[in-house]
Design a protein around this ligand. Structure first.
Ligand SMILES: [Zn+2]
Length: 229
């Protein structure tokens, strides 16, 4: 009986463990994708890397190629629709993980192929810990350095980046790969700001046209007056 109970207990342990392990790869896969792959091409991130205003990461060359090609831009509207001009992106400096194996490159980047053992491409340059979604990560947009929440806390106390010693403002700090709800809110805000800017530009253009029309009429009237005198 005792032995049976023990066996049952062990089996239950196994079941519980298997269930937990079943859930893990999905989250791991998502984290692997956002911290290692370009959001646009899903290719491994490599220098030069840029970040948009939301905090998403891209391979700069791929993103720029897409932004200048109207057809490509339209095709990927859902991913990059909120990026309009060069000032909407920021160069970022991510510290490469010295333990990252280039062999990983050859593996398929399929969600199912993501293993818990795979090393992440980047680390926090201060904590020297792998970036794989276990802590929040921030970028100092004025210098481009990317680091963990703990490291950014230390930098904030000094008021300058500990890697390049460049002073920064609180508004220069952008969260990299924010949670989906926060990301959605930022995208909505960017889009509404853009449409407001468009409206403003249109109104200014209309006003300028009106003014130039009025002044040309005034000029004509003046000329007419002069000629009759
Ligand atoms: Zn820096």
């Amino acid at each position: 009986m005792g032995a049976d109970g023990g066996t049952l207990c062990d089996r239950r342990d196994i079941i519980v463990k298997t269930k937990k392990q079943d859930k893990k790869p999905d989250k791991e896969a998502v984290n692997f994708t956002i911290w290692n792959l370009c959001r646009l091409t899903k290719e491994p991130l490599h220098d030069p890397i840029v970040m948009d205003k939301v905090g998403f990461l891209y391979n700069k060359t791929s993103l720029l190629e897409c932004l200048i090609d109207k057809k490509k831009k339209k095709k990927h509207k859902e991913i990059i629709g909120h990026i309009g001009k060069l000032s909407d992106i920021n160069d970022v400096i991510l510290e490469k993980n010295p333990d990252f194996s280039e062999e990983d490159k050859a593996e398929t980047m399929d969600k199912t192929a993501v293993s818990l053992i795979r090393k992440s491409r980047f680390i926090c340059p201060v904590l020297r810990e792998e970036i794989r979604g276990q802590f929040s990560v921030y970028c100092i947009s004025s210098c481009g350095h990317v680091m963990s929440e703990k490291a950014i806390g230390l930098a904030k106390k000094d008021g300058c980046c500990m890697l390049c010693e460049k002073p920064f403002q609180e508004s220069d700090i952008i969260k990299v790969n924010p949670e989906s709800t926060a990301a959605k809110e930022i995208i909505e805000q960017i889009i509404s700001e853009k449409s407001n800017e468009k409206k403003r530009k249109k109104t200014t253009k209309e006003e300028t046209n009106k003014k130039s029309k009025t002044s040309s009429i005034a000029n004509e009237e003046h000329i007419c007056k002069e000629s009759t005198e």
